[in-house]
Design a protein around this ligand. Structure first.
Ligand SMILES: [Zn+2]
Length: 183
């Protein structure tokens, strides 16, 4: 009689191979969930119809109509939906397209890139990597040194002028939650 016990069949789960991504850079994100989410209801209240249309319905504002299209003001552009910093004014350039254009990001992973085959062409869609808000598209005809052109809707962007300081409001909010957790 053999004393071997063959009842323990171990099923090993195969590691799931990550699909490689043909995109030039950034995050290749296939799933539809994002670190930061908002309800449709809240966004409809908080955003203008155009901001909602562009960021949530992948809309495009008309060229030369956006408030940031020709702005040369110094500061930071952030996601209008979640506030994540995306671009700085020193990476903005005049592409002549009528939309705010940037040749580089604040952080490589602040924007998620996905293939967009809408309108019978292949483009690379640029979205906020935090909340998934549609921002615009990435093209490879930008100026040096990156050669990239992030063509972004003004409606997707908030703007924080460089001079502005966020001291009063921020500290007030921080002290409002008075509960301290000690470990
Ligand atoms: Zn966002």
């Amino acid at each position: 009689m053999s004393g071997f016990n063959l009842l323990h069949l171990v099923t090993k789960s195969q590691p799931v191979a990550l699909k490689s991504c043909a995109l030039p850079s950034g995050i290749c994100r296939k799933k539809k969930t994002w670190p930061v989410t908002f309800t449709q209801e809240e966004l409809k209240k908080r955003l203008t119809p155009m901001q909602y249309h562009v960021t949530q319905e992948k809309g495009t504002e008309s060229a030369f109509t956006g408030e940031h299209a020709h702005s040369k003001e110094k500061g930071t552009y952030n996601c209008i939906v979640c506030g994540a910093p995306l671009f700085t004014s020193d990476k903005k350039f005049d592409s002549g397209s009528g939309w705010p254009s940037f040749f580089d990001l604040i952080k490589e992973d602040s924007i998620a890139l996905t293939d967009d085959f809408s309108h019978g062409m292949h483009r690379v869609e640029a979205s906020c990597s935090q909340c998934g808000a549609h921002l615009g598209h990435l093209f490879d005809d930008g100026p040096r040194p990156t050669g990239k052109r992030y063509c972004i809707n003004s409606a997707s962007l908030g703007f924080q002028p460089k001079e502005a300081t966020v001291t009063a409001e921020a500290s007030e909010e921080a002290s409002a939650s008075g509960s301290k957790t000690e470990l």
